[in-house]
Design a protein around this ligand. Structure first.
Ligand SMILES: [Zn+2]
Length: 158
């Protein structure tokens, strides 16, 4: 167990390397006060815990949800745009895209990226993005369908 070389107190958390009368010593925070401090030393801190904290995933939330463009988005966008009396060109300007991009989205030749869909939602006051929770039972049908497909492929090969 590390102890302060001056007062003998148990060192916990942070200890200090100081110079006293030309000799280097490891002391507690209280004894380091007013002395020449060379640096600090961490004591008794589990390194694994520190690493975990530093690497906490930032995108954690993205793992539980999936954002999907709604079906019929082209028609939804076109109708909302016309209702608002906007030309494709004007809508394109409002969301920072090319007119040709809007045209392709409205004809469903192009599915808008989520970011663009969000902008269109705001401008047109419509719902274009659905958020699914992964593992949600309502959405769970997809996985069994996938298994079925794999089975079909296996059968086909035989
Ligand atoms: Zn001390």
């Amino acid at each position: 167990m590390a102890r302060c070389e001056l007062c003998g107190a148990e060192l916990r958390g942070i200890a200090y390397r100081i110079v006293l009368d030309g000799a280097e010593m490891i002391v507690c925070a209280r004894c380091a006060r007013g002395k020449t401090v060379l640096g600090s030393i961490k004591i008794g801190v589990e390194p694994s815990r520190q690493t975990f904290k530093a690497k906490a995933p930032v995108k954690y939330n993205r793992r539980d949800t999936e954002e999907v463009i709604v079906e019929g988005y082209g028609e939804i966008i076109r109708q909302a745009r016309e209702k608002m009396g906007l030309t494709r060109e004007l809508l394109a300007v409002m969301v920072g895209e090319k007119e040709s991009t809007i045209r392709r989205i409205e004809s469903e030749q192009l599915e808008p990226p989520i970011e663009l869909a969000r902008k269109l939602e705001k401008v047109l006051k419509v719902k274009l993005v659905e958020v699914y929770e992964i593992g949600d039972e309502d959405y769970g049908g997809g996985s069994s369908e996938y298994e079925l497909t794999l089975g079909d492929i296996a059968e086909f090969k035989d």
